[in-house]
Design a protein. Structure first.
Length: 392
């Protein structure tokens, strides 16, 4: 936190001003601030041609103004503001010049100060003068944090762009055996233990940019993830040590990481296992449907992973089952599918019967009927495996 902001948090110039000042602040309309800001932002060099989507600029502007208004209420930004970090990281990644970012934050001040003065009455003139420092302090703290995140992300980008480092990581990501001496050499360059277990993460498409934001959180707490671009996304890895039973410092970043749309696996053998793990992580990330949230682990996605692998060979998984079910009426098809799906999920007739609100004997009859119709008995594991994969 900047020294200027720390010095004034929670302090208003005169205690008797508090009620009237809050009345003025509470009249501020965030949506109006955002529209005024959007009218100014694209006149700033570096923004009109930037890669930052307008929707992202609008969203972060609303979040920033919400945070600043709270800062006006308490006399300065009270805690770390996530949106400042997000703005700094995303603008660095979009190659917006730092001077342009600072000009945009100056526009924040211009818009915010205009709203404050419009809400004030002529009789509030002295109160507004006394609170000028509160407004400046609030915007200054936001600017300081955004600039700090921007500079940190630019440093990360420069590190990623280092040809030697990326070359080493690229060689590790190749599938196939690696010589121990080669692994040890690369481990020395990366500052890692060659056999230390790794957490390996992959994201594809637009999910890769969201992953970068979360990885920036780990950088701030001193736990760097190494990253490398893939053909359609991003691979990241870091030592797993400290993540199995995370401290309070790691807990929130890890929660955010597991909430991301990523493939997440372990490389238990360390760097020599990285190529295999990265391939699996990318494959898991590609399995996520558009509506799904949260990380795709091996436990969650193995059936879909195997289904895709089998499908790529051209071998049918359950074509005969689907054809057989078509001989049943629509209502019977639905009942049989529902019953078998529930049983495959639980492995327990009693539990599935409860879930389906039917008697266990009724469920048993449906499972037998499914076997009669399709020739595949869901009670026999080796036959049920076909259904698990086909319906995953």
């Amino acid at each position: 936190m900047s020294p200027a902001a720390t010095a004034g948090i929670g302090q208003h110039p005169r205690g008797t001003d508090g009620d009237r000042w809050l009345e003025i602040v509470d009249q501020i309309d965030v949506s109006a601030l955002v529209e005024a800001f959007m009218d100014l932002i694209f006149d700033i060099p570096g923004y009109a041609s930037s890669l930052v989507p307008r929707s992202d600029i609008r969203t972060t502007a609303a979040q920033a103004f919400d945070a600043m208004i709270e800062g006006l209420r308490v006399g300065g930004l009270p805690d770390v503001v996530e949106v400042a970090d997000r703005v700094g990281v995303s603008r660095a990644r979009a190659h917006v010049p730092l001077s342009s970012l600072m000009s945009a934050i100056h526009a924040d001040f211009q818009v915010l100060w205009g709203a404050v003065t419009r809400n004030a009455l002529p009789s509030d003139a002295e109160l507004i003068v006394r609170h000028t420092s509160v407004v400046i302090r609030t915007v200054d703290e936001y600017a300081y944090r955004a600039q700090r995140a921007y500079v940190s992300e630019r440093e990360r980008m420069q590190g990623e762009a280092t040809a030697v480092l990326q070359g080493h990581i690229a060689s590790l990501l190749q599938e196939g055996p690696l010589q121990d001496s080669h692994v040890r050499t690369i481990a020395g360059h990366l500052g890692l233990e060659p056999t230390a277990p790794l957490l390996v993460i992959a994201a594809v498409g637009s999910d890769a940019e969201h992953l970068r934001l979360v990885l920036a959180d780990f950088d701030r707490i001193g736990n760097r993830f190494f990253t490398h671009p893939s053909a359609d996304g991003l691979v990241a890895f870091a030592p797993r040590r400290g993540m199995e039973e995370p401290s309070a410092t790691f807990r929130e970043p890890l929660r955010r990481l597991r909430d991301q749309r990523v493939g997440l696996v372990d490389a238990d053998q360390g760097l020599s296992d990285l190529g295999r793990a990265a391939h699996v992580a990318l494959s898991l990330a590609r399995l996520l449907d558009a509506h799904e949230v949260g990380c795709m682990t091996w436990q969650r996605g193995w059936a879909r992973y195997m289904k895709r692998a089998v499908s790529e060979t051209g071998a049918p998984l359950a074509t005969d089952v689907e054809e057989a079910l078509k001989r049943c009426g629509p209502s019977e098809q639905a009942r049989l599918r529902e019953s078998v799906s529930s049983y495959l999920r639980t492995g327990n007739i009693g539990e599935s019967a409860q879930d389906l609100y039917c008697h266990r004997n009724t469920l048993s009859k449906r499972l037998r009927r499914f076997a009669e119709v399709t020739g595949v008995d869901p009670l026999i594991p080796i036959q049920a495996a076909r259904l698990v994969l086909a319906w995953s």
